[in-house]
Design a protein around this ligand. Structure first.
Ligand SMILES: [Zn+2]
Ligand SMILES: [Zn+2]
Length: 188
């Protein structure tokens, strides 16, 4: 069995007896497009064990990890987070099957070229393990909803305003006070 990226030459394993295993260490660059704000910034590393079973080859990945650059949903800054997949498995069948109603598609050994392409398996597992809501840190303060300042870097004065001053009609009171003090000055 030989490896070329995420494609494994499976010819020898296909003809082995059931229960035969072959293990690999994977360290590969991910070429998939995960969307605008998500990009891999390290190699994808994992252990993978292929095992010949009845009617196919079982693929089992363990300890898979890769660093991604995400965009924080609170402050909008880019940050790096590791996506870790403890373990995951798929079966690559030799022959076409009816849809099994599983959440995952059926996978097949390419019997013409005697190869197993695990890239779609890896792509799905990584997406399943993305953070639901990417945040740069659990203590990220986010942006001020009033002035847009990044509250992690600086503090703005919006939060310090008295509740009364943020009311829409507060300006009337300010004007009234200004007029009153103006009158006072004139009197002096
Ligand atoms: Zn943040
Ligand atoms: Zn502010």
């Amino acid at each position: 069995m030989r490896q070329d990226g995420f494609v494994f030459k499976s010819g020898d394993l296909v003809h082995e007896k059931q229960g035969t295993r072959i293990a690999f260490e994977i360290k590969e660059r991910l070429g998939f497009d995960f969307g605008l704000n998500i990009k891999p910034v390290s190699l994808f590393s994992a252990e993978i064990v292929f095992m010949k079973i009845d009617g196919g080859i079982h693929a089992h990945i363990k300890n898979a990890h890769i660093d991604f650059e995400f965009t924080c949903t609170k402050c909008g800054k880019k940050y790096t987070e590791e996506v870790y997949v403890d373990e995951a498995e798929r079966v690559y069948f030799f022959e076409r099957r009816k849809e099994n109603g599983d959440v995952f598609d059926n996978y097949y050994v390419d019997l013409k070229n005697m190869t197993i392409d695990i890239s779609e398996f890896i792509r799905q597992e990584i997406i399943l393990h993305f953070p639901t809501i990417p945040v740069c840190s659990s203590s990220c303060k986010g942006l001020c909803p009033i002035c847009g300042a990044d509250l992690n870097d600086s503090s703005c004065s919006c939060g310090k305003l008295e509740p009364e001053q943020t009311k829409p009609l507060a300006i009337l009171k300010t004007l009234y006070n200004a007029k009153a003090s103006g009158t006072e000055k004139k009197d002096l």
